[in-house]
Ligand binder design. Structure first.
Ligand code: NI
Length: 165
């Protein structure tokens, strides 16, 4: 288990298409452990393998209901629409409004390479779609409605600068 470096926007690797996982190896198993550690350490709700520099179709999500590991995910169905704020560990300190499906059904493989499907609504659906996009080199900032804006972390820095003066 280890914390891995999170690649940030501007890194070309984030724009590449990830390759499917064909078999579970010790290396991939360790990668998944590290992705979970890295996500929790960064206080994110999701992380995709390309964000830690590995172009494999794997992501992890935890919106506070326990970890979900998705390997080779496919979107089977979507419906509805939701509009809401979104951020990304690869675009730290920013958020933007993104329209996503309100419902998504995905299939993929679990850590034992066994197929499963997941149905999700609202915030979990948003998180799954966001992470899925990473595997195709897409960042939420590509889909944002209006401006990408600074959020609290950056505001705190501004505040510190202000108080030092
Ligand atoms: Ni992201």
């Amino acid at each position: 288990m280890a914390i891995r470096n999170i690649r940030e926007e501007g890194d070309e690797l984030l724009r590449k298409i990830s390759r499917p996982v064909t078999e579970m190896t010790e290396r991939i198993d360790t990668l998944i452990d590290d992705m979970l550690d890295t996500m929790y350490e960064a206080e994110g709700v999701g992380l995709a393998a390309p964000q830690v520099g590995i172009l494999r179709r794997i992501f992890v999500v935890d919106i506070g209901e326990g970890p979900i590991v998705m390997i080779n995910p496919e979107i089977i169905e979507t419906s509805g629409e939701q509009e809401g704020p979104e951020g990304c560990l690869s675009v730290p300190g920013f958020q933007g409004t993104v329209i996503r499906p309100n419902y998504v059904k995905m299939k993929g493989l679990n850590r034992k390479m066994k197929p499963f499907t997941i149905e999700a609504e609202e915030f979990l659906a948003r998180a799954l779609c966001h992470e899925f996009d990473h595997l195709n080199g897409i960042l939420y900032i590509d889909k944002v409605e209006g401006e990408v804006y600074r959020v609290s972390e950056a505001d705190e820095e501004d505040y510190e600068e202000f108080t030092e003066e």
